[in-house]
Design a protein around this ligand. Structure first.
Ligand SMILES: Nc1ncnc2c1ncn2[C@@H]1O[C@H](COP(=O)(O)OP(=O)(O)OP(=O)(O)O)[C@@H](O)[C@H]1O
Length: 251
């Protein structure tokens, strides 16, 4: 039987009478690396906001590991094992790179530093934070102030902060936005490597179709207030409706 980590059921959302989605349904399989695509304003970020508790749907359910999340606060949803890297990064700019990840590791442990051996406990938190920074290739910048890092490195740090939460599901909102072409592919390859190593289910929003078709196992297309199509990259790139509505002929 297929194991679904996330199920979106009959999700609808309007803002001030203007409908963004009407009755969206899909399910994300455990371990999947998938993408959400669609025109500007199709509701991709709104979908992430609904999944992570930043918005409340007008109707429908977001079921994560069997539990309906609607009505829960974002921090409750993080505790249940879902993390998100934002379109605009969510780091503390005055803190160092290491401190940002340490804060996330401590929050993952729900603030439970071992009070009997606090030094050992802090050591293990730092060790864990360095492992995570290593995995996103930022360990050599651990002591720099986060706010002055280059944009691409801030996005990596945002991913590191999300990874420190040890999520079962990681949502990445345009992880390569604002990067140079080289930096984009470095980051995408890093995301793919993390996915292979950590076996986390990942869903990302992306506008660059080379990236989408290059690394996704499954692609979902939001358009016309609904899920227009879902399938493998080759199915989506050959889908007439998707070509007409979004991709154009050249893909
Ligand atoms: N908090 C809000 N209040 C009012 N309208 C909103 C709000 N958030 C999003 N919208 C509207 O919902 C629609 C979908 O926006 P959203 O940002 O989710 O699209 P998107 O697909 O992520 O776009 P892009 O690709 O440009 O990032 C837009 O028309 C947007 O103006």
């Amino acid at each position: 039987m297929t194991d679904y980590v996330l199920r979106i059921e009959h999700l609808s959302k309007s803002f001030e009478g203007s409908q963004v989605f009407n009755d969206v349904n899909f399910a994300v399989e455990q371990g999947e690396l998938s993408s959400i695509i669609g025109p500007n304003g199709a509701g991709k970020t709104t979908l992430f906001n609904l999944i992570t508790g930043y918005h409340v749907p007008d109707a429908g359910q977001v079921v994560f590991r069997g539990q309906n999340l609607v009505g829960l606060q974002p921090y409750d949803i993080v505790r249940l094992g879902m993390a998100r890297a934002f379109q605009r990064t969510n780091i503390f700019p005055r803190m160092t790179v290491l401190e940002n990840v340490v804060a996330s590791v401590i929050s993952r442990n729900q603030g439970n530093l071992d009070m009997v051996k606090p030094v050992d406990s802090l050591r293990s938190v730092h060790k864990r934070a360095f492992e995570i920074l290593d995995s996103v290739e930022l360990a050599d910048m651990a002591h720099r102030q986060s706010g002055i890092l280059a944009h691409g490195n801030q996005k990596r740090l945002d991913i590191a902060v999300a990874l420190a939460l040890e999520p079962a599901l990681l949502l990445l909102d345009e992880p390569t936005q604002g990067m140079s072409p080289d930096e984009r592919w470095q980051t995408v390859n890093l995301v793919k490597q993390l996915w292979e190593d950590l076996k986390i289910t990942m869903v990302f929003i992306e506008h660059d179709m080379d990236i989408v078709f290059g690394i996704s196992q499954k692609v979902r297309v939001l358009c016309y207030k609904s899920l227009l199509a879902e399938g493998t990259p080759s199915e989506i790139s050959a889908n007439r409706q998707v070509i007409e509505a979004y991709l154009g002929e050249e893909v």
